[in-house]
Write a protein that binds this ligand. Structure first.
Ligand code: SF4
Ligand code: SF4
Length: 344
C-alpha cells in the first residue's frame, strides 16, 4: 500500500469522491462552539487538519442525548418504536490520533461480546477511521506518557499528516488505502517530512511517568485523592469532554400519550451517580469520586480490557475550571513510588 499525497487544493475532490461511497463524518464548526463531529452536509467546511479545539468523536458515536425507545398510546393502541441509527458505510476524518485511540476504549464497553449496544454498533461497525496528526501539537497533550503511541496506528485505517499545503496519507488497512486511490504516491522527501512530524507527536508531553505501569502506581488510600477533592467543584467537565469516558444515565420523559426513554451523559463526578434506589450512596464525598475517575482509567480498565482509559488528549487539563491537572497527579503518584527507599 503506497502512501499518498493529497494537496489541500484538491481536498474538495477527495471529499466528493468519498461522498459517492460513504457518509463522511468530520469536525465542523457552527457558531462559537468548538467543532463537532457531524455527517457532512453541502456547504460544510470540515476541519481536517486537527488545528482547532474540537469536541470528541464520542459525541458522534455516543450522542450526548439519544432516544432509545418511544412508546405511544394515542388512540387506545400502543406503538413501540426503537429509533436505531441507520446502518451505512461511514468514514470519519479529522480525529486527532488520541481521540481515534479513545474509540478503542469505547469499543470495549459498547461492543463487548457479552452485550453489544445496538445504537453504538450501528454507527461504529461500518466505520472507517482516518486519524490526523496536525502540524502543531497541542500544549496539553501527553499521549506518549500514557501508552505506546506507535501501536495506536494499528487501530485506525489511515493517518493523515498535515504537511502545510498538503496531507501525507498513510494507509494502514486495505479500507484506508481505498480512500486515497487515484492520488499521487508520496515522494521520499514527503516521507521524511512525515517522519519528522511523527517524532514530534511522539515526543510531545513526555513526562516523568512515561513508560511506567501506571496501574501499579495508583493506590486506593493515597492522600492525593483528598487533595484533588478539596479543589474539585464536581462540574463533570473532565469526563463529559473526555473522548473515552462512557458513563451514561437512562431517563424516561412523558409528553402527552408518548413516553420517550433516552440516554444522556452522566459522570462519576456527580454525587447522585452512585445513589441507589433504596437511598444508599457508596460515594458520599468527592474523595472517592475523584479516586474513581483515575483508578478506573488507569487501573480498572487495564485489568478489565487491557487498554489504558486515558489517551492524553489534554482536554481535562485545558478545561478544568479549578486547574486539576491529571499530569501533575500522575507525576506525583509515580515519583513518590520511585523515591521510596529500598528495603535492606
Ligand atoms: S487527558 Fe483527560 S480528557 Fe483526555 S483522555 Fe485523558 S482523562 Fe480523558
Ligand atoms: S473538571 Fe475539575 S472541577 Fe470539574 S469535575 Fe473534573 S476535576 Fe472536578
Amino acid at each position: 500500500m503506497a502512501d499518498k499525497l493529497i494537496s489541500k487544493d484538491n481536498i474538495q475532490d477527495f471529499l466528493k469522491a468519498l461522498e459517492t461511497k460513504y457518509t463522511v463524518v468530520a469536525p465542523v464548526k457552527r457558531g462559537d462552539a468548538p467543532a463537532e463531529f457531524r455527517e457532512l452536509e453541502a456547504g460544510d467546511a470540515p476541519i481536517l487538519d486537527g488545528s482547532k479545539a474540537m469536541m470528541t468523536p464520542k459525541d458522534y458515536l455516543l450522542p450526548r442525548y439519544e432516544v432509545l425507545v418511544k412508546i405511544d398510546t394515542a388512540g387506545g393502541s400502543t406503538s413501540v418504536e426503537t429509533p436505531l441509527p441507520e446502518d451505512k458505510p461511514r468514514v470519519m476524518l479529522g480525529a486527532w490520533l488520541p481521540d481515534a485511540q479513545a474509540i478503542q476504549v469505547l469499543d470495549r464497553v459498547f461492543l463487548d461480546k457479552k452485550f453489544v449496544d445496538p445504537y453504538y454498533s450501528r454507527r461504529r461497525e461500518n466505520l472507517t477511521v482516518v486519524a490526523v496528526i496536525p502540524a502543531e501539537m497541542r500544549w496539553s497533550w501527553f499521549c506518549g506518557s500514557v501508552d505506546d503511541v506507535e501501536q495506536w496506528k494499528a487501530n485506525v485505517d489511515a493517518v493523515m499528516y498535515d504537511l502545510g499545503d498538503k496531507f501525507y496519507f498513510e494507509a494502514i488497512s486495505e479500507k484506508g488505502a481505498a480512500l486515497a486511490e487515484g492520488f499521487d504516491d508520496a515522494a521520499e522527501s514527503d516521507t521524511i517530512a512525515k517522519n519528522v512530524l511523527w517524532e514530534r507527536f511522539k515526543s510531545t508531553g513526555v513526562l516523568p511517568f512515561a513508560g511506567k505501569a501506571l496501574y501499579e502506581n495508583l493506590a486506593w488510600d493515597d492522600p492525593i485523592w483528598e487533595e484533588i477533592a478539596r479543589k474539585c467543584i464536581a462540574c463533570g467537565m473532565c469526563s463529559f469532554m473526555c473522548p473515552s469516558c462512557s458513563c451514561f444515565d437512562i431517563q424516561d420523559e412523558t409528553r402527552g400519550t408518548c413516553v420517550e426513554r433516552y440516554r444522556c451523559r452522566d459522570t462519576c463526578q456527580f454525587e447522585d451517580f452512585t445513589l441507589m434506589g433504596h437511598g444508599h450512596n457508596p460515594r458520599t464525598t468527592q474523595v472517592p469520586r475523584s479516586r474513581q475517575r483515575l483508578m478506573h482509567k488507569f487501573m480498572y480498565q487495564h485489568q478489565q480490557f487491557g487498554v489504558v482509559g486515558c489517551t492524553g488528549c489534554g482536554r481535562c487539563v485545558e478545561l478544568c475550571p479549578v486547574n486539576v491537572d491529571i499530569r501533575e497527579v500522575l507525576t506525583k503518584m509515580c515519583s513518590e513510588k520511585v523515591e521510596q527507599p529500598a528495603e535492606n
